[in-house]
Design a protein around this ligand. Structure first.
Ligand code: AMP
Ligand code: GLY
Length: 424
């Protein structure tokens, strides 16, 4: 059979790479794909991004099912468009994707259904927002309501920073419509983890846990990014924490969406903040898999992903179990110079190592120009290592990364530090 993956990042390369391993697969299309999906003979890039044109392409090619990677086409209603034409697609509808595309929707949903999250209030009037900040004090967190490509959250450690964030979003309109409403919420202290499940409207299938590294530089310094590295599993999510997250967050969310008449289908990603006392709160929902979390998660998945996707689109996720590689997978992102603000493009990439059982390179911002592989975006590659411990996985990843070169490359040298710091 043929499958289509929508998107162009490292997440989509990892999903397509895994789907293509299935004996059921004839060809995996990636729209629009990247330099890495272009290189793999089992994958074929398709230069289409418009959802209506993609639905036409799927009918023409007899593609059996479509998996959507990024949030933008989901928020634009690609699932609604495909379902209207009886095409099988895994992802949330435009309405369900509001869990990610509107912070205000997500917060009021959580409040209504008793799902633990930071205390908050929503504002579109700047005077009222400034007054609320003065009343609450710092640290405090300001979030643009809409999708802002990672630029919409300001964790303000003092009042001046908080007021500046309000001015930036509500008065100067620097994030456009996305920042025309803001959620102001309580600052939460603790350790973050990514908790991703698959949902078919009713049944929930949890994926392996993972942890991301949001800051650009070592020791969690520098600006926030889309994610500079991730590993799976995340040791902070112990079996009892896993049960707690399912009970307090995931199950009430899936039931709540169904009860509200907006059943959730697709990957559901809860960004967690786990406090020192073991209490857990939801920082955010994403209606898709994480990037770079997907790369180490897919590297560990042993079950045929095509089987899983068929159950997901047929509403039978209760009939399949996932099997995971017992090793840790750890992915290090290599980013272009200037990332995250103004990444430079066009630098030639050399030294990509061959894939082995313990080293895999997933592409993100890469493309082919004159038969050369060059950088084409902020996050360029994610180099994944697998090993029997976090330390061994880290060694594998950095050993593979050592061969790779492009001018201006930036990467963190401490991916996995939280897991390494934990007492064993
Ligand atoms: P979000 O897109 O809502 O996950 O926010 C991006 C990042 O900002 C998160 O990964 C956290 O590191 C941080 N953050 C968001 N909300 C809070 C909060 N209430 N308290 C502390 N940090 C937060
Ligand atoms: N790595 C965080 C995200 O995908 O949102």
């Amino acid at each position: 059979m043929k499958i289509l993956v929508v998107g162009a990042g490292g997440r989509e390369h990892a999903l397509a790479w895994k789907l293509a391993q299935s004996p059921k697969i004839q060809l995996v299309y990636v729209a629009p794909g990247n330099g890495g999906t272009h290189l793999d003979s089992r994958l074929r890039n398709v230069p289409i991004t418009d959802p209506v044109a993609l639905a036409e392409f799927v009918k023409q090619e007899g593609i059996a099912l479509t998996v959507v990677g990024p949030e933008t086409p989901l928020a634009a209603g690609i699932v609604n468009i495909f379902r209207d034409q009886d095409l099988k697609i895994f992802g949330p509808t435009r309405e369900a994707a509001q869990l990610e595309s509107s912070k205000d929707f997500a917060k009021s949903f959580m409040q209504r259904h008793g799902i633990p999250t930071a205390e908050y209030q929503t504002f579109s009037d700047s005077a009222a927002a400034h007054a609320y900040i003065d009343a609450k004090g710092a640290p405090i967190v300001i979030k643009a309501d809409g999708l802002a490509a990672g630029k919409g959250v300001v964790v303000a450690m003092d009042l001046a920073e908080a007021h500046a964030a309000i001015d930036m979003m509500l008065s100067d309109n620097r994030l456009g419509d996305a920042g025309a409403r803001v959620v102001i919420e309580e600052f939460l202290d603790g350790e973050e983890a990514s908790f991703i499940v698959m949902v078919d409207g009713k049944n929930i299938l949890p994926l392996a846990t993972s942890q991301d590294h949001k800051r650009l530089q070592d020791h969690d310094q520098g600006p926030n990014t889309g994610g500079m590295g991730a590993y799976s599993p995340a040791p902070i999510v112990t079996p009892s924490m896993h049960a707690r997250v399912m009970r307090e967050i995931i199950v009430p969310t899936v039931h709540g969406m169904a009860a509200d008449g907006i059943p959730f289908t697709g990957f559901l990603y809860a960004g967690l903040m786990i406090a020192a006392d073991g209490k857990v709160k939801t920082l955010e929902f994403n209606c898709r898999m994480g990037d770079p979390e997907t790369q180490p998660i897919m590297a560990r998945l042993k079950t045929d992903l095509v089987d899983v996707m068929e159950h997901a689109v047929n509403g039978t996720l209760d009939q399949i179990e996932l099997e995971w590689d017992r090793r840790t997978a750890l992915g290090v992102v290599m980013a272009a110079t200037g990332y995250p603000d103004a990444p430079r493009k066009g630098d030639q990439i050399s030294g990509l190592p061959h894939e082995t059982d313990s080293q895999i390179v997933f592409h993100a911002g890469t493309t082919h120009e004159d038969k050369k592989l060059v950088t084409a975006g902020g996050r360029v590659l994610c180099v994944v290592g697998l090993g029997d411990s976090v330390r061994m996985a880290q060694k594998e990843a950095y050993a593979a990364l050592d061969h790779i070169h492009f001018d201006g490359m930036q990467f963190r040298s401490d991916i996995g530090w939280r897991a390494l710091k934990r007492p064993t």
